[in-house]
Write a protein that binds this ligand. Sequence first.
Ligand code: SF4
Length: 91
Amino acid sequence: MVTSSPANVRSAVAAPRLVVDLNRCQSYGQCVFAAPTVFRFHGTESLEYDYAPDPGRWAEVRRAAAACPVQAISLGVVPGSDSAVPEVPGE
Ligand code: SF4
C-alpha cells in the first residue's frame, strides 16, 4: 500500500526549485548574507542550499540570486509541473 504524507504531497506539488551552478560558484558568500536560512557554507568553501525553500523565503532567494556576482543561482520549475516561482508582492 502506498501512502502520501503531507511532506510527500508537498514535494510532488510544490515544484519551484532553486539551482546553484557549483561549477560557476566562486564561494563569494553573497547568497549566504542575503538568504542565510537557505544558503550556508559547510566548511570554508562548500556551499549548501535548500533547493526547495519554503514559499515565504522566495523574496530572500531572489535577493540572493541578484546578489550573486557570477549569476550562479537559477530559479525555475520542474519540467512537467504547472507551478511557477512564487510571485513576491512589491517586487
Ligand atoms: S553568491 Fe554566488 S558565487 Fe557566492 S557563494 Fe553564493 S552562489 Fe556562490
